[in-house]
Design a protein around this ligand. Structure first.
Ligand SMILES: [Zn+2]
Ligand SMILES: [Zn+2]
Length: 608
């Protein structure tokens, strides 16, 4: 199709190229349509998409050119100005999409075959060569202005992965924003125009949380690892927790399809911070309102599962995506665990709601985890899932595995309460999945007992990579402190829900030993002492700042928190540890310590 380009259209295209063109217009005009078509691609200045963005797009030009008929169907996204091929694996809700011809899509400047948050993935129309330039974000495009911490104003399109829109943000067109002195988000420039915008009315209707007002004269102090804080200190911690947003991550767009597309692009694999916080804060205090905070997002994602089962199942097709059901699984587990132990503390309505979360999860996971055909010969679970276990970076999978563990324990609670066994096949399969995941992870990682009798665990960043072993020690490739700490949040869920499947106290202790040891080195990657002696490693540079995501391991080895603080000077230590999240994590470690003594403990409030 590249050979038939009317000259008039070519001129139109060139005119709207604007600043993108270098001085090659004249030369291009003389060489005829085919050459022109190629030339447009060559003269697009990808450098405005940043280093990574430009690199990804230049890579596409290396795919051999492929001819597409001008009337080839192009399926239009609802959020970003992108079109896809009929067989594109990223195409969602295909029967609801607007269809145009590929030729028109090109002429109008749609991004062709791009996906991912910044459009750096090529999902379809491989080898297609554009004839017209990509459309820029119009000056009149509606967007949102955000005031950064520095005071600078940033204009961006609603749905940009770098920020969550709320009703305090100011809607403005690009022109208005520039006049007000705002700069334009570079990710938005790279991704290109949006086809919709946030509904400010819908944003105002979204559930909101109370503001935390710090009492006059109150100076927060670090919590002790040994003694419980005063009741007043715990009450304030609860108030601070209740002020956190519920973390419903999608923007309510004017066009609902756009919200689903945004959902698919979201990465839930680092635990959504506030969900993790609510979970730990409930365990540390037993405050029912915190459990209710978890249920707000759980309802939202349950409704998504029920209304759009295909979208939910696609998202949950690997452990990384499964974590979108984290607040559903965790709130159901907490509710049902409490209901079994203290039936008078849970209402019938809360029970029914927890059950509805679990039903939605089970239905969503059916195509992913269930079935007996073509199982993986080694793991005995669906092959696609087994293959994913073997290749997905551990830090990206473990919070999904934790979600699965919480679901499993909650289903067991539910069956005990309802006195039924109908979900046993699902429970057995989920248990198998978790167990196989941990077996594979431990095989790739390294459980090593040092001469002093202490066992250490560490593992490589990459799954399925070629790793080196010397005398039983894993050398090279050990995960960095940051990613390691994310992985551990998933492990903690497995420990709390199904410890017998791979995260029992001994294993947690082996991790605590590694974390403790690392805090007294300057190595950016976590290994055991013997491996560090042979070949210390820093996948990322070592940081002297404490990682409070490790504080929970204080429950498995005394001194972990002190170790995390060992590179700070005294004043700094108190200042940092009096911050909200550090106080919370310190108290949560006390819950885990108490749990080791009493496995039936639901929350620390039971022993306060
Ligand atoms: Zn596509
Ligand atoms: Zn942006």
């Amino acid at each position: 199709m590249n050979t038939k380009l009317p000259h008039g259209l070519f001129i139109m295209g060139m005119l709207s190229l604007g600043l993108l063109l270098t001085g090659t217009t004249q030369a291009a005009e003389k060489t005829g349509a085919t050459a022109v078509a190629k030339n447009v691609e060559n003269v697009i200045d990808y450098s405005k998409y940043g280093r990574k963005g430009a690199k990804a797009r230049k890579q596409w030009l290396k795919i051999p050119e492929k001819a597409y008929a001008p009337n080839t169907k192009a399926y239009c996204d609802a959020l970003w100005m992108r079109v896809h091929e009929e067989n594109c694996p990223d195409l969602l809700l295909i029967d609801k999409k607007k269809i145009i011809t590929l030729e028109l899509a090109d002429m109008e400047g749609w991004r062709i075959g791009e996906s991912g948050q910044s459009g750096r993935s090529r999902c379809c129309f491989e080898g297609y060569r554009r004839m017209y330039p990509e459309k820029l974000i119009p000056e009149e495009a509606p967007g949102i202005v955000q005031t950064l911490k520095s005071g600078a104003l940033k204009w961006q399109l609603a749905g940009c992965h770098r920020f969550l829109v709320n009703s305090n943000h100011v809607p403005m067109t690009q022109r208005e924003a520039k006049k007000a002195g705002a700069f334009v988000c570079e990710h938005c420039i790279e991704r290109g125009p949006s086809l919709t915008t946030a509904s400010m009315a819908a944003l105002k209707e979204m559930p909101s949380t109370p503001e935390f007002i710090s009492p006059e004269g109150w100076t927060p102090k670090p919590f002790s690892t040994e003694h419980l804080p005063t009741k007043q200190e715990i009450d304030l911690l609860i108030q601070e927790t209740l002020a956190l947003d519920y973390s419903i991550l999608e923007t309510p767009f004017e066009e609902p399809m756009a919200s689903l597309e945004q959902f698919m692009g979201m990465r839930f694999f680092f635990p959504v911070g506030n969900w993790l916080t609510f979970y730990q804060a409930y365990r540390a205090t037993g405050d029912q309102r915190i459990l209710e905070s978890l249920r707000v997002s759980a309802r939202h994602y349950r409704d998504l599962c029920v209304e759009y089962p295909d979208v939910a199942a696609l998202k949950a097709s690997d452990p990384e995506g499964m974590a979108f059901m984290y607040s559903m699984a965790v709130s159901a587990r907490l509710t049902l665990q409490l209901a079994r132990k203290h039936p008078d503390q849970v209402s019938q309505q809360e029970l029914a709601e927890a059950e509805s979360f679990l039903k939605a999860i089970v239905a969503t996971l059916k195509p992913v985890c269930e079935g007996d055909v073509g199982l993986d010969s080694e793991m005995g679970i669906p092959k696609a899932l087994a293959d994913d276990f073997r290749r997905r970076a551990f830090n990206r999978a473990l919070n999904g595995i934790g979600t699965l563990a919480m679901t499993t324990a909650a289903l067991e609670d539910l069956q005990a309460i309802r006195e039924t066994t109908t979900l046993n096949p699902q429970i057995d399969r989920y248990r198998k999945c978790i167990q196989e995941y941990f077996k594979n992870w431990k095989r790739e990682g390294c459980l090593y007992t040092e001469d002093d009798g202490k066992t250490y665990f560490y593992y490589p960043y990459i799954a399925g990579g070629r790793t080196k072993r010397v005398n039983g020690l894993l050398l090279g490739g050990a995960d960095d402190v940051g990613h390691f700490s994310h992985s551990m949040q998933g492990v903690m869920l497995v420990h709390d829900a199904t410890p017998e499947l791979g995260a029992d106290d001994d294993f947690m202790t082996a991790i605590a030993n590694s974390v403790y040891h690392n805090s007294y080195t300057k190595n950016g990657s976590i290994q055991c002492p013997s491996a560090d002696k042979i070949q210390p490693l820093s996948r990322k540079p070592f940081s002297k700042n404490p990682k409070n995501r490790f504080y929970m391991f204080e429950a498995f080895r005394d001194g972990v928190i002190e170790g995390q603080n060992s590179k700070l000077n005294g004043n700094n230590t108190a200042e940092i540890n009096s911050e909200y999240s550090y106080r919370l994590k310190t108290l949560h470690a006390q819950f885990l310590k108490a749990l080791r003594k009493d496995q039936s403990l639901v929350h620390l409030g039971e022993v306060m």
